[in-house]
Design a protein around this ligand. Structure first.
Ligand code: G6P
Length: 607
């Protein structure tokens, strides 16, 4: 999703802005641009595609100036081309924007009627013209910006620069996050502290509705009504070191391989390995006494939540209501009086997840969040944060965050079960012992990489793939399909194995590989029956199972991937590895942009 950077410096800022934008690349984008003010002249360079294209333009035709704004754009209104790329200009005003101005069409009509000429198809350009109108009406830069911002509806983060003032940037937040960075005689604004890490770790986050006037040596923050407000300064823990790929071809490959270590690290924060007990949790949510749990998330994090539902309900007998956040936020579902709500988000900034959180807050729920970004909005608006310790995840397709989310959910479910007395102390120890083996099994699963690479070569030839699983492997089947779609652009569906005969079986022929995720567990035989149904119709099965499963299934498969024999509890975490590797290598054979697949964003801050 769009990334914003602004700098008022003491040195030429264009190269600094590009460096900061590189740190926002992980969010996903399809064009980029930088504008600076130099000797009373606003100038810009913009380019479609990767930041390399913008750098090339800046190399050929550099931008001078000690104040500037920059942007990576993920298209919402208007195709990704140079004309629609930010910064946008109108008269003395330059703007970069993340989000959606919902009333832009109405504002554009009004401005056109007053003579404004539009050059792009973006909603952002109305902001420039609106501010320019206010300047022409005699308002100061700060007054003009405030007047314009007050008229905008929707979700937006903005950075604004004026041709007439080389010591002023306006930053405004209505939804998507924005951070001000404080330097020595320099000031910065950015979509997150990661972007600003090379310059400063002294950060002030704007609250929702805030806007700020930023100068080299000072800044003022105002609320929506224009009253000055104080917001706390904090030391960001984000590292300035740009996360590197190391020996790996892609961040996704690196992140898949980091999983054993990250899962161990995450689990050690939730489990006491010396006593084989789940550690006590922050008391804000009493899992021992709540009546119901609501869970909401998007994408991969939603599938983690679905698996969590199986665990909470089976182990702790705690009923869970779960939905994707874009539905949850508008469903007006009744929530239990004595209930808690859990929000799962790698970035902690997903707009729909945040809106679901706020709905639950308005309904009197206690709010917990499972996040990777601990300084994120979702974390800050929660009563209790259950961090995952996955480290920065750069690949747009989530991998290590998913398995670390599962590690946290399993730990919470065990703790809840122990507190509710639905498992005995001996069972708690047994489950914790099983969970503590996850990293070891995950490492074993990674050893199957070469074999999975071979199988992926065949997958890269097909148009459609079906994934099947039962129980916790059903959400994993959906996650497998999502991973494949996201990065290889091959159409894939994840289904509950037992549901196959109610529709998708009509698709089966020898052109569609069917990936069956089936460890030898309580319901393995049921899945074997579903595989028979596929085989009888000429379907080509790729079976992911263990030794026992392979022996028992005794049927002709296209391929069988033999996994280590793992306890049922941790199967979806360990089986996530071959699922991720299959998608990864298929995408590599397809030659797609694995880390930044087309049209996708890492951090989705619009609805
Ligand atoms: C985007 C990403 C997905 C991610 C989802 C939720 O769609 O491309 O990989 O699962 O957002 O993101 P979150 O940061 O809330 O986990």
């Amino acid at each position: 999703m769009c990334g914003i950077v602004g700098i008022i410096g003491r040195r030429p800022v264009a190269p600094l802005i590009v460096d900061a934008l590189k740190r926002l690349e992980y969010r996903g984008y399809d064009s980029a641009g930088v504008a600076t003010l130099n000797d009373g002249v606003l100038d810009r360079r913009r380019a479609e595609g990767k930041l390399g294209n913008l750098e090339k333009k800046l190399g050929e035709d550099p931008l001078e100036g000690r104040i500037g704004i920059g942007h990576t754009r993920w298209a919402t209104h208007g195709v990704p081309n140079e004309t629609n790329a930010h910064p946008h200009f109108a008269g003395d005003v330059s703007v970069v924007h993340n989000g959606i101005i919902e009333n832009f069409a109405e504002l554009r009509d009004e401005l056109r009627a007053q003579g404004s000429e539009f050059h792009s198809q973006t909603d952002t350009e109305v902001v420039c013209h609106l501010i320019q109108r206010e300047l022409e009406n005699g308002k100061s830069e700060i007054e003009a910006a405030h007047a314009a911002i007050s008229r905008l509806q929707g979700a937006f983060a903005l950075a604004i620069m004026f041709r007439t003032n080389d010591d002023l940037l306006i930053a405004a937040r209505h939804g998507p996050p924005l951070a001000i960075g404080h330097g020595d005689g320099e000031a910065y604004v950015g979509s997150d502290a990661i972007a600003l890490a090379p310059f400063t770790n002294d950060i002030t986050y704007l609250d929702d509705g805030d806007w700020a006037a930023i100068h080299r040596d000072s800044f003022e923050i105002f609320d929506e009504a224009g009253n000055p407000v104080e917001r706390s300064r904090q030391k960001s823990t984000t590292t300035a070191i740009l996360v590197e790929k190391g020996n790996h071809r892609h961040f996704m490959e690196k992140e898949i391989h980091e999983q054993p270590e990250m899962i161990s690290h995450t689990l050690s924060n939730y489990l006491d390995f010396s006593k084989y007990e789940a550690r006590p949790l922050n008391a804000a949510i009493d899992f021992g006494t709540i009546d119901r749990l609501a869970i909401s998330a998007c994408g991969t994090a939603y599938y983690a939540g679905l698996i969590g539902k199986y665990w909470f309900e089976r182990l702790a007998r705690l009923p869970v209501d779960i939905d994707v956040a874009s539905e949850f936020r508008y469903r007006e579902m009744p929530l239990a009086k004595n209930g808690a709500a859990l929000f799962i988000s790698q970035s902690g900034e997903t707009a729909d997840t945040l809106a679901s959180l706020r709905y639950c807050r308005s309904q009197g729920q206690i709010i917990g969040s499972i996040v990777n970004a601990r300084e994120s909005t979702i974390a800050r608006e929660s009563d209790v944060v259950f961090p995952i310790f996955a480290g920065p995840e750069i690949g747009v397709a989530s991998t290590k965050a998913f398995t670390c989310q599962l590690a946290v959910l399993a730990s919470l479910a065990i703790r809840a079960a122990a507190k509710r007395g639905t498992i005995s102390p001996a069972q708690e120890k047994a489950f914790v012992r099983e969970l503590s083996e996850t990293a070891r099994y995950t490492r074993m699963a990674l050893k199957l990489e070469n074999r999975i690479e071979e199988i992926s070569r065949e997958l890269a030839q097909v148009k459609d793939v079906l994934y099947l699983g039962r129980d916790t492997n059903y959400p994993l089947a959906m996650e497998g399909a999502l991973k494949l779609k996201e990065i290889s652009y091959i159409h894939a569906e994840g289904y509950a194995a037992g549901e196959l005969k109610h529709g998708p079986i009509a698709l089966i022929d020898d052109s569609i590989p069917v990936i069956v995720i089936a460890p030898h567990d309580r319901i393995f035989e049921k899945t074997v029956s579903n595989m028979q149904e596929v085989a009888a119709r000429g379907g080509r099965i790729i079976l992911i199972t263990d030794e026992k499963g392979a022996a028992t299934a005794s049927m002709q498969t296209m391929e069988t991937i033999i996994m280590p024999d793992v306890p049922e509890l941790i199967a979806p975490i360990v089986y996530a590895v071959p699922i991720q590797l299959l998608a990864y290598y298929t995408a590599v054979f397809m030659g797609t942009d694995v880390d930044q697949p087309r049209n996708l964003a890492k951090s989705v801050t619009v609805e």
